[in-house]
Design a protein around this ligand. Sequence first.
Ligand code: FUL
Length: 481
Amino acid sequence: MKINEIVKLCKENEKREKFGAEVDRITSVRPSERQLRLCDMEYYSFIHFGINTINNVEWGKGSENIAAFNPSKLDTDQWCRILKDTGSKGVIITAKHHDGFCLWATKETDHCVTNTPFKKDIVKMLSESCKKHDLKFGIYLSPWDRHEKTYGTDEYNDFYIRQLKELCTNYGELFCLWFDGACGEGPNGKKQVYDWQRYYSTIRELQPGAVISVCGPDVRWIGNEAGKVRESEWSVIPLDKEKAEAVMENSQQTDDGGKEVAEVGERDADLGSRELLRNYKELVFKPAEADVSINLGWFWHNNFYYLFKKNRTAKDLADIYFKTVGGNATLLLNVPPNKDGLIDKREQKTLRKFTKLINEPFRNEIKNVSFFVINDTLDERKLDENGCKFCDGECIIKADFTKEETVSTVVIREDLRFSQRIESFRLYIKDENGYTEIYKGTVIGSKRIICLKKKVQTDEILFAVTGTRGNPVIRDIAFYN
Ligand code: FUL
């Protein structure tokens, strides 16, 4: 294939208008600083721990006897050391799960850790360990509370706000407040109407740098707990699909003992194509996050292997990593400590293997690559830096290696400050036939990791943008052998 044929293809494939009012409307929807920071974290950890760990259940009922809570070996430094060593950028802990048991020294209820034989404030311990190990710190605070007597009345919203205030003021800087969508009955058989807007404004006031995830405005639940991303994962989506009420409807509503964790849902296959967006007035920027557990189940169980026929291997998790982090989503990987309050040997081993697998493709980066942008008339413009804003009429980036190189992995990132723009692209290598296509993909977004099925040898690769909303803005392109 000749280069002018590739240019022709780019132009032909831009069947839909590249510019215009609708494109401007979509690309004017842009991320906040806090969202950009979260996208750059890429991979961080979830800790599910509490009275459920001791009782070996996924959902507690709220009536648990907390006198049994005494994980005497609990060591939050051990958690952080292991998570940091295996590549995580932050930790989110279940400060309160649906059973209402609080892992911090709250003044709002007796149903908390300081009233158990263990006594110590675990949220405090973890926040300090995170600081020590240079990990960001975040909080999961279940809105659903099966213990609190005021649940189901307006008073509960006041109670919840006071709990949020404690967590947002006493534990340093938080990177995330994570609200899931499960909403059942409280101890009085009543359901609660959550005052989401009040929750959000309290967080914005006290922790302005924190994202509010899932049942919140900043980060979107991918829609399943098996790490499955859409082929085209868009971050500009209709507001209506993402209001807390809509997320709640789709969330897990029964205690299935962890079954949901293994299932791949097929919710809203398309959230961001132009065909879809044109039907919606209000659009929002809401990047996707995949929450996945290292085992099948969120809390640790000593009978994991009996409960589930097949557990996740390091290889399964690495595949999930490449698909999520490399598919315009972040990965929130749950690593539940065991009954003693430690990350168990089995999970440690899985994590070490997982880290080896996810680092493997990026060990040898090809250096000294020169980049050029090529336009319709085949004029070339050299790029000083890797990052680049295309100008009108440009559609191809040429990566010149100066000598023959073996390439097995390509990583491309869009500069999201200008929104998400690329709809489709192709990669070509230079060879004796001119150019040969080696990969065809749809969106890029925060990061696209392309692990080529077969290694290629070449001294030049073309990245051709075949569909885009306005001119693309590339943050960087990297090649690995
Ligand atoms: C769900 C909860 O019901 C699960 O127990 C778990 O915490 C998961 C992350 O969110 O909605």
